[in-house]
Design a binder for this molecule. Structure first.
Ligand SMILES: Nc1ncnc2c1ncn2[C@@H]1O[C@H](COP(=O)(O)OP(=O)(O)OP(=O)(O)O)[C@@H](O)[C@H]1O
Ligand SMILES: [Mg+2]
Length: 387
C-alpha cells in the first residue's frame, strides 16, 4: 500500500494535538490537512471531495468528539448521511471513558475510535487498518469497473461478429438465386432456342424469383415480425387450425397425426397468428423430415406447477445430429435445397417474445421432438398488449 496515496483530515480544536498527529502521519508519507471546527471540517470535505480539481480527495477524517461548534458525533452523522461523503472513513477521537460514548460513533457509521491520550503506535495502527480496508474497497471497485468494461467490449465484439455473419449469409442467400436468374435470362436471350426450352428457362427463373421473395419476406418477419394484439387464446384450437392448414402436406407426405390435447388447459395471453406461424413451421419441418412418411405425435399439457403450457411435436423422421441441433435456430441454417432456413429462427424469436422457449430433443436417424413452452402468466403483462 502506498501511504502517500492517502489524504487525512485532522479535526481538532487544539492546534498542538493536531500538529502532533499531523507530524506523526506525514513522517509515514500520508498527506494531512487540519480543520479547527466541525463546520470547517464539513466545508473542507465538501470543497475538496466534491470538486474535480487536482487536490487529492480526503480518504479519512480523524475526528475529535469535543469541538467548539458541532460535536464530533454530529459531524460524523452528517458525513455518513451525505451521499457524496459517506465513503470517507472516520476515526473518532474521544477523551471519554464510558463504553457508551465510545461506541456511539460506531453506531453513527464511524469506522473506528481511539481514546485520548493515545500512543503514537496505536494511532498509526488504527489509521493503517482503516486505510487498508479502504484500499481493498478501492481495488474491488476498480476490478468491478474493469470487468464491466471488458464484458461490454465482449458483447460489442459478439454483436459485430453476429452482424457480419448475418450480412455474409444474406448476401450469399440472395446471390444464389440471382445468379440462377441471370443464367436463365442469358440463355433465353442469347440463343436461338426452341420455344419450349425458352419457356422452361423462364419458369426456372420464375421459381428463383419466388425463392428470393420468400427469403426477403422471411427476413422482414425476422426483424419486424407481424404486429399482433395479444388476446386470450386456446392452444388446442390453434393446434387444430394448424393441422387443418397443413392437411394437404400431411396427406401427401403420408404422415399420420396422433394428438393428445389436454382438455382443461388454461387460456393464454398470446398473438394467435404468431403461434400459428410457429406451429406450422414445426409441423411442415416434421413432414419434410419424413420423406418416406411416418408418424407425428402432438401433445399439449400443463406442467405440474401449473405455470407453463407445453406443446410437443414428435416425429419419426431423419433426426438431428448434436452439431445440427446447435445450429437449427440460426437464421439461414438449412439442409433443404428449397429452404430459407428462417422458419425456426423466426419461431424462436416469437416464442421468446411470449416469455417462453423452444427446446429440441433428437437423435440422428430416430426422429425429433420440438417442445414449445409458454407461460400461463407472461411476466410482462403490464406492457402494451402488442408484440
Ligand atoms: N423435425 C425435424 N427433423 C429433422 N431436422 C429438422 C427438423 N426441423 C428442422 N430441422 C432442420 O433444421 C433446419 C432449419 O429449419 P428451419 O425451419 O429453420 O428452416 P428450413 O425448414 O430449412 O427452411 P424454411 O423453414 O424456410 O422452409 C432444417 O433445414 C433441417 O435441417
Ligand atoms: Mg422450416
Amino acid at each position: 500500500m502506498m501511504e502517500e496515496d492517502f489524504h487525512i483530515l485532522i479535526v481538532d480544536d487544539e492546534q498542538e494535538t493536531a500538529e502532533y498527529m499531523s507530524t506523526l502521519l506525514e513522517i509515514r508519507g500520508y498527506t494531512t490537512s487540519w480543520a479547527y471546527s466541525g463546520q470547517e471540517a464539513l466545508e473542507m470535505l465538501t470543497a475538496i471531495n466534491q470538486q474535480e480539481d487536482d487536490q487529492h480527495p480526503i480518504d479519512l477524517v480523524i475526528l475529535d468528539v469535543r469541538l467548539p461548534d458541532l460535536d464530533g458525533y454530529e459531524v460524523c452523522r452528517r458525513i455518513k448521511s451525505d451521499e457524496t461523503l459517506r465513503h470517507v472513513s472516520v476515526i473518532m477521537v474521544t477523551a471519554l471513558h464510558s463504553t457508551g460514548d465510545k461506541t456511539r460513533g460506531l453506531d453513527l457509521g464511524a469506522d473506528d475510535y481511539i481514546t485520548k491520550p493515545f500512543q503514537p503506535e496505536e494511532l498509526l495502527a488504527r489509521v493503517r487498518a482503516v486505510l487498508r480496508i479502504r484500499q481493498m474497497e478501492r481495488e474491488a471497485r476498480q476490478r468491478a469497473i474493469e470487468l464491466e468494461r471488458s464484458q461490454a467490449q465482449l458483447i460489442q465484439v459478439e454483436k459485430l461478429a453476429a452482424m457480419g455473419r448475418l450480412a455474409a449469409s444474406i448476401a450469399h442467400e440472395l446471390n444464389n438465386p440471382l445468379q440462377a436468374i441471370q443464367n436463365c435470362l442469358h440463355l433465353v436471350l442469347r440463343r436461338s432456342l426452341p420455344e419450349d426450352k425458352k419457356r422452361q428457362y423462364l419458369e426456372m427463373a420464375q421459381e428463383e424469383v419466388e425463392r428470393l421473395i420468400g427469403i426477403v419476406q422471411g427476413m422482414l418477419e425476422f426483424y419486424r415480425p407481424s404486429k399482433g394484439q395479444r388476446a386470450s387464446v386456446q392452444v388446442n384450437t390453434i393446434v387444430e387450425n394448424v393441422l387443418a392448414l397443413a392437411a394437404k402436406q400431411l396427406q401427401h407426405g403420408h404422415v399420420t397425426v396422433h394428438q393428445r390435447l389436454r382438455p382443461d388447459l388454461p387460456a393464454l395471453q398470446a398473438v394467435s397468428d404468431q403461434l400459428k406461424q410457429v406451429f406450422l413451421n414445426i409441423v411442415i419441418n416434421a413432414v419434410e423430415a419424413m420423406p418416406e412418411g411416418g408418424d407425428l405425435y402432438i401433445v399439449t399439457d400443463l406442467t405440474p406447477d401449473g405455470r407453463w403450457v407445453t406443446i410437443s411435436f414428435t416425429d419419426t423422421g431423419v433426426g438431428l445430429s448434436p452439431e445440427e441441433q446447435a445450429n437449427i435456430f440460426e437464421p439461414f441454417y438449412t439442409t433443404k435445397s428449397k429452404g430459407t432456413g428462417l422458419g425456426l429462427s423466426v419461431s424462436y424469436g416469437i416464442i421468446e417474445r411470449h416469455g417462453g422457449n423452444i427446446e429440441v430433443q433428437s437423435k440422428l436417424g430416430q426422429g425429433s421432438r420440438f417442445i414449445v413452452k409458454l407461460p400461463v402468466h407472461p411476466p410482462d403483462q403490464s406492457r402494451p398488449a402488442s408484440l
